[in-house]
Every structure is written in structure tokens, then in C-alpha cells.
Design a protein around this ligand. Structure first.
Ligand code: ATP
Length: 307
């Protein structure tokens, strides 16, 4: 079986003269929680609609589960569950009845699986309550429950966090992690809030104006957003010894131009400065550097503006 659950090749969607997506090459590996991040109008929903077959590409191909046969969509659909936009729920029915009606309509066997789903999405205690009395977060979780009815391998969630209160966001995050960890389901989740996706995703795709600007793992993103003290002294080799011996740290790098990146002592810049100058080193530069998640995101997007 392919390592990838989904890959797109030069995927393009054009509406009249505008590109909603342009040559997007997305790579989602099995077992990942893939965070698809972009501002409003960046093309997130369009991509999810193409993947699920709700719309068709102008150009390019989609490979689901290692198969790029266009006819493979019908097969792939059976292995995917999706929550795109708000879930279509019957407000006068209970959570149980909503799941049951969907199960029957989609011809999915196993009435007994509904209680398992209610348990998983945390709605067991309120399974007989009418959905019109549900909070937004409960409705989203029920929507995810409906997407899980067919026991999918791949779950697609389009901006599920939108409109939720802080408790709802935490509950949804825990649910998605649980679905991924316990059931081994690969998840694609879109959002415009990188800090929120960062608490959840194992990989990221950053999209801007229809173009995929960057794909990176959570580890790579953390590296890029790591804070450090940038130190420039006249004799970096001696500074390195001072850091190791006087400040007992080895958490630093010496760059090619002799600048030192120190990942330690971020809250104690004065101690670093004193230790180095007391050894007679001339301090040419000392500052705290590094991107926050949001500033990194803005930087990537800004690069897209100049392309
Ligand atoms: P949002 O979070 O605001 O929905 P998004 O990232 O999901 O943003 P899309 O809805 O995919 O963005 O839209 C991408 C671009 O394609 C936008 O400029 C949008 O106006 C355009 N677009 C989307 N659907 C259509 C359509 N049916 N006809 C014309 N243009 C469209």
C-alpha cells in the first residue's frame, strides 16, 4: 500500500479568469494530521471540494490511496469521510436519530455502531436530546460522527473550528487527536488559524491565493519558529568555550559568518552578555530573534505576494 493517502499533481481550478487553485502538489502521508492553512479565499474549500469529488479540476490529477485512475474516485469516496461546511442536521431529531437516518440513507449496515460513534464523539449522554438545543461544538462533533459512519481511513474537515467557543475548540481538538491516534485515521483539516492547527497537526501545507507556498512537518515548523539569542563577538571560538564552560550550555550553533545562535538563556540575556564581555570579548551584536508562528506564516504569505 502507498505511503501516501493523497497526492495531487499540478492541481488547478479556474473560475472564468481567476485561479482558485494553481498547480498544487499536495502530499499527505498515511497516519498524519495534515493542517491546511490559508487566509480566507486562499483556496482551501476548493481543494477539499476537488478531493471529495464535489467539484472537478480544470487541470491536474489527484491520487487517492496511491491510485490516480480518475475512475478511482468512487472507490476512494467509500474510504473517505468529510465534513465540508456546516453539517446537514435535522434540528428536530436527536443525535441518535440524525446518525441513524444518515446510516439508512447511505446504506451502511450496523445500527449498533451508532452508540460507538456517539461515545467516540462525546455525545453518548445527550444522544436523545434534540439537535436544535445543541451548542455549535456539539453540532460539529455530531457532523464528524456522521462522517465516521462509513468507517473511513481518511477524514477531511473544512474549517471545523470556525465559530466555536474556547471549550468547543478544546473538545474538538481532543476528538480529532483521538480519532487519529486510536482509530489510525488520517486527517486533513483546514483552518486560517496557524496557532490552532499547530496544537494538532503533524504536517502543514500553507496555501496563498491558490498556490501551495510550502509543505513542512511540525518538527520543521518548530525549528523555523525556534527563538534564539543572536550573538556576534570578535572571537566566536572563545565565545563558544565561554558558553560551554561558564554558562554550562551546548545548545547553540556557530553559523558560517561566525554569528552564534544560542537557544538557551532566552530569559537571561544579561548573564550571557556579562559572561562574554568579562572574558574580554567585544560584543558587536546581541538580540533575541526567531519567528512566532504567526510571523512565520505572514512571511511565507508575503513571499507569495512578490512572486
Ligand atoms: P474561505 O475560508 O473564505 O472559504 P477558502 O480558502 O476556502 O476561503 P475558497 O472558497 O476555496 O477559499 O475560494 C478560493 C477562491 O476561489 C476565492 O477567490 C473564491 O472567490 C473563488 N471561488 C470559489 N468558488 C467559486 C465559484 N463557484 N465561482 C467563482 N469563484 C469561486
Amino acid at each position: 500500500m502507498s505511503e501516501y493517502i493523497l497526492r495531487t499533481k499540478n492541481l488547478t481550478k479556474k473560475y472564468k479568469h481567476n485561479y482558485a487553485l494553481e498547480n498544487v502538489n499536495l502530499n499527505i502521508k498515511q497516519g498524519e494530521i495534515y493542517g491546511f492553512i490559508g487566509q480566507n479565499g486562499a483556496g482551501k474549500s476548493t481543494l477539499l471540494r476537488l478531493i471529495t469529488g464535489l467539484a472537478f479540476p480544470t487541470e491536474g490529477t489527484i491520487e487517492w490511496f496511491g491510485n490516480d485512475d480518475p475512475k478511482g474516485l468512487t472507490n476512494a469516496q467509500k474510504r473517505m469521510g468529510a465534513l465540508i461546511e456546516s453539517p446537514a442536521l435535522f434540528p428536530n431529531m436527536s443525535a441518535f436519530e440524525n446518525l441513524e437516518i444518515q446510516r439508512i440513507q447511505r446504506g451502511i449496515p450496523g445500527r449498533e455502531s451508532i452508540d460507538n460513534i456517539l461515545q467516540l464523539v462525546g455525545l453518548m449522554d445527550t444522544k436523545n436530546k434534540k439537535v436544535k438545543n445543541f451548542s455549535m461544538g456539539m453540532k460539529q462533533r455530531l457532523g464528524i460522527g456522521i462522517a465516521l459512519l462509513s468507517d473511513p481511513e481518511f477524514l477531511l474537515l473544512d474549517e471545523p473550528i470556525n465559530g466555536l467557543d474556547p471549550t468547543g475548540i478544546v473538545e474538538l481538538r481532543e476528538l480529532i487527536k483521538n480519532i487519529n491516534h486510536e482509530k489510525g485515521i488520517t486527517v486533513l483539516i483546514s483552518s486560517h488559524i496557524l496557532s490552532e492547527l499547530h496544537l494538532l497537526a503533524t504536517s502543514f501545507g500553507i496555501i496563498h491565493k491558490g498556490k501551495l507556498m510550502e509543505e513542512l512537518t511540525a518538527k520543521e515548523l518548530d525549528e523555523k519558529c525556534r527563538q534564539y539569542l543572536q550573538i556576534k563577538v570578535d572571537r566566536p571560538a572563545i565565545a563558544s568555550t565561554v558558553l560551554e564552560q561558564e554558562l554550562a550550555t551546548s545548545d547553540f550553533e556557530i553559523m558560517q559568518d561566525g554569528t552564534i545562535k544560542l537557544y538557551d538563556y532566552l530569559d537571561d540575556i544579561r548573564t550571557v552578555s556579562l559572561a562574554l564581555t568579562q572574558k574580554g570579548l567585544i560584543m558587536e551584536h546581541l538580540s533575541q530573534n526567531g519567528d512566532s508562528l504567526e510571523s512565520y506564516f505572514s512571511k511565507v504569505i508575503e513571499e507569495g505576494e512578490h512572486e
